[in-house]
Design a protein around this ligand. Structure first.
Ligand code: ZN
Length: 411
């Protein structure tokens, strides 16, 4: 992605005193004079910042402003090891709300809408981001937080919610409940805004059909504000990323080389205006590509990232072959008799790795034949034959947060 003059000027402005303000970057760029970064090629030679570096700065080592300027912290979900703490200044909090309000606007949401917010509030950036954007836009926030499906449905009906915000997993759970109870005609839902979880085409379609909504996908991560740094417009799945706040690069995850627009790789982000904890070339481990060309909406100043295909750390290595959950999802897509939900279990038995895939059927299906056909198709796609078992719709667990689909039982 070509750095625009405006973006590069913002970067150079930060670089002037970055090492004075940030002990973290003073150390990281110890042997580098940031004044020497004058071309895009110079910028692309700067070392990446990785999540591991941020963990080492725990608790407040990332702060690039004096204590009195920090108004809030958030923390990324540390499922393993030390969490990452991100400090925010007043401007950071406002900038985040501006970006989130812009997301809602791109989705055609206005101050007449009622937005039911189910992502969690607290250390996690999700709920509060959806809320701040909603208030900035002037819409009515219904701050439910996660869980309590009974109450969610009651409020959705009584408050005549028009916009539902959730992880894709929870939106599916809600869509299935709405269908089970036959209450779709009591709802006023028009739009769904999801974030923080990659979702395949099939699950999207089931949610769209189940709730009768337009589907919008938000991008973001705690390290870089939170959800809200981009959203798809009504013309497609690509997400416009706000180029006045974030600079996007796509790199080869193995070599670190910057890839041309259109090629798939890992998303690397640089913040352009963040004060509390600026990030330079942060490796997200999310896999996508920059969609080349122009978008029909005309907002070409904000480049588009394609639907995420997964995370570089989702990769499963089996029989020496790299497999991504997205590949399994693509296969499921080819079988109309299969539904969206699946679970992969990898184990080590009798000296060799084995992969079992459980997939829910969408209706009546010849179970034995579907399993056999799927296994055969999988072999040609991933190079080995998994054990496939087709199960009833609703057999696999549903989640109010993110559904865990891969269980590696080898270790
Ligand atoms: Zn567009």
């Amino acid at each position: 992605m070509q750095l625009t003059d405006t973006q590069f000027n913002l970067i150079k402005k930060q670089f002037k005193d970055l090492k004075d303000r940030s002990p973290f970057y003073a150390k990281k760029f110890d042997s580098i004079d940031l004044g020497d970064v004058v071309t895009q090629a110079d910028f692309e030679k700067l070392p990446f910042t990785d999540k591991g570096d941020l963990r080492e700065a725990y608790p407040l080592g990332l702060a690039a402003v004096p204590e009195e300027k920090i108004v809030r912290i958030h923390s990324s979900s540390g499922t393993t090891g030390t969490p990452v703490i991100i400090p925010y200044t007043k401007k950071d909090v406002e900038d985040w709300a501006i970006q989130f309000a812009r997301c809602y606007e791109y989705a055609g949401i206005t101050d007449k809408d009622r937005i039911q917010i189910t992502p969690g509030y607290g250390l996690w950036t999700a709920g509060i981001g959806f809320q701040a954007g909603c208030e900035r836009l002037g819409a009515m926030a219904i701050p439910m937080g996660p869980g309590n499906t009974e109450k969610q449905l009651q409020f959705m009906i009584d408050m005549q919610t028009t916009v539902f915000t959730a992880t894709a997993s929870y939106a599916l759970l809600i869509a299935e409940e709405v269908e089970k109870r036959g209450i779709k005609d009591q709802l006023k839902l028009k739009k769904l805004v999801t974030g923080s979880e990659r979702s395949g085409e099939k699950i999207r379609q089931r949610i769209i059909d189940g709730l009768g909504v337009e589907f919008y996908d938000i991008y973001g991560l705690t390290e870089v504000y939170g959800p809200g740094i981009g959203i798809n417009c009504q013309y497609g799945h690509g997400m416009h990323i706000w180029s006045d706040y974030v600079y996007v690069e796509i790199i080869d995850p193995n070599t670190g080389e910057v890839l041309p627009d259109g090629e798939w790789g890992e998303i690397v982000l640089t913040t352009l205006q963040k004060e509390g904890a600026p990030l330079i070339r942060f490796r997200t481990h999310d896999l996508s590509r920059i969609i080349p060309g122009e978008c029909a909406c005309g907002h070409n100043e904000h480049p588009r990232l394609d639907t995420l295909t997964g995370r570089s750390d989702d990769m499963m290595k089996i029989h020496g072959v790299n497999v991504f959950p997205a590949q399994i999802e693509e296969l499921i897509q080819e079988f109309p008799e299969l539904s969206s939900e699946y679970q992969i279990r990898i184990s080590h038995l009798d000296g060799r790795d084995s992969m079992r895939i459980y997939i829910e059927a969408s209706g009546s299906v010849d179970w034995a034949k579907a399993s056999k056909d799927f296994a055969a198709r999988a072999k040609s796609k991933i190079g080995f034959t998994p054990l496939v078992k087709i199960v009833e719709l609703g057999f696999l667990p549903r989640s109010e947060k993110k559904t865990k689909r891969v269980y590696d039982e080898r270790y």
